[in-house]
Design a protein around this ligand. Structure first.
Ligand code: ACO
Length: 402
């Protein structure tokens, strides 16, 4: 018979690149990263300029449509997103059927996938108007879903949106307000969260964006593709790192170890001990987002009058790591997740909500990546090859003879 090795020879050469360290899967005009210089551009605009001057929905428009909107384009976009913020009563019931203790990322990916069942008119991936409808539906519903993830956990009912407020302002109200009581979000928190969402809005071909593209490459609808991305993001090596950082900082605070001892354990590569929030596949220099987040962490905590020992621990960890050969040789610097959890905690979110907040911020990026791929005449179904290392052809053995 033909042995597998022969079959392999017939297929010709393939590139073996675990983790896609050096394989581009697409051309893209959306986001540029120079990992050596610590540069991040959305559609050519530096991230620090966007974080300083723009707003989350404006950045969403930029990523998805390629250009900054005019005033009327921006207002029209905000209005369309606002108009779709309410969810169907059955959708609310559906979200309420998950156990209250479920991890919100599992609920979020299920909820986003389920949008396809509630909005069948928004599923055609090749009709421009339909794709635009799915885009605003997803940005709007993701906000309501994220609020509800928090409220379910704390046993509070979902609130109705207030269309007169901004995207982030009303998100905080829907998340934290007590029913029938006046709630006005602290403008410092609104601004800080708006910036955090901008910083998370896209990051080119990261794990979840690649998953969104590869799912969409089979012409799966936008919700199915983004739901797959949310699942990928939940992993602690990706978006789950912000939650893992807070757990790490809390564990250091509550243990007898000081920060130096913890760093020694990291360097000794003790099982399961990594400096979470440090290191990045692409950034081999300070993550430009981390620098902005660090500044915000100080501003938010001092505004709220919070003295969180976790911030002290994080800064001490960073200082020791940045002057240590182990981290220098491997070019490990803080990434975007290192300081975000401290801000989210100060805002009143529990750690399980940190990664859903990342997902809310990443929605525009996933949508933009999916749309770009759908329109790209060169895109094909994603289908990597493998190097088969299993058994060659062998005969079936009856169960009694094994
Ligand atoms: N702490 C300690 N050592 C580290 C860390 C870390 N956080 N990150 C990498 N290293 C070491 C590795 O042990 C390895 O050392 P070695 O050469 O002696 O074997 C070397 O640095 C290279 O690490 P890899 O894991 O091969 O790097 P890779 O590019 O595959 O991984 C990753 C990148 C997953 C981000 C990694 O740095 C990591 O696990 N960091 C912690 C988790 C984290 O913060 N993730 C968030 C990433 S940003 C985001 O998703 C938004």
């Amino acid at each position: 018979g033909i042995v597998v090795a022969d079959l392999m020879n017939k297929t010709g050469y393939v590139t073996y690149d675990p983790g896609f360290m050096n394989t581009a899967q697409c051309e893209s005009k959306i986001t540029f990263i120079d990992g050596n210089e610590g540069v991040l551009l959305y559609r050519g605009y530096p991230i620090d300029q966007l974080a300083k001057n723009s707003s989350f929905l404006e950045v969403a428009y930029l990523l998805i449509h390629g250009e900054l909107p005019t005033e009327s384009e921006r207002d029209g976009f905000i209005e369309r997103v606002n108009r779709h913020t309410l969810v169907h009563e059955d959708f609310r019931t559906f979200m309420g059927t998950f156990p209250r203790t479920s991890h919100p990322m599992a609920v979020m990916s299920s909820a986003v996938s389920a949008l396809a069942t509630f909005y069948p008119e928004s599923l055609d991936p090749f009709d421009e108007d339909t794709v635009e409808l799915a885009t605003v539906l997803l940005l709007a519903k993701a906000r309501t879903i994220t609020s509800y993830l928090h409220r379910r956990r704390v046993g509070e009912p979902l609130l109705y949106p207030d269309y007169s407020r901004g995207y982030v302002e009303d998100f905080l109200r829907m998340t934290f307000a007590v029913p029938y009581e006046q709630y006005d979000a602290n403008p410092i928190l609104v601004e800080a969260l708006d910036k955090l969402l901008i910083l998370h809005a896209d990051h080119e071909q990261n794990c979840s964006a690649s998953v969104v593209r590869i799912t969409g490459s089979a012409h799966a609808n936008l919700y199915a593709s983004v739901s797959a991305g949310i699942s990928a993001l939940s992993g602690p090596l990706h978006g789950g790192a912000n939650e893992a950082v807070l757990k790490m900082l809390t564990a250091i605070r509550d243990s007898d170890d000081d920060v130096k001892t913890f760093i020694k354990r990291v360097k000794a590569k003790e099982e399961g001990v990594r400096l979470m929030g440090f290191g990045h596949r692409v950034y081999k220099n300070y993550d430009p987002r981390a620098a902005i987040v660090k500044g915000r962490a100080h501003a938010v905590l001092s505004t709220l009058g919070i003295d969180d020992p976790l911030l002290e621990i994080a800064m001490e960890l960073e200082e020791i790591a940045l002057s240590d050969d182990y981290f220098a040789e491997r070019r490990l610097y803080p990434n975007v997740d290192f300081y975000t959890g401290i801000i989210y905690k100060a805002m009143g979110f529990e750690p399980a909500m940190f990664t859903p907040l990342f997902a809310l911020g990443r929605m525009p990026g996933w949508i933009a990546q999916w749309r770009e791929m759908m329109r790209d005449p060169k895109s094909k179904i994603g289908r990597p090859r493998q190097i088969y290392t299993g058994a060659t052809t062998r005969d079936y053995v009856d169960i009694g003879e094994r």
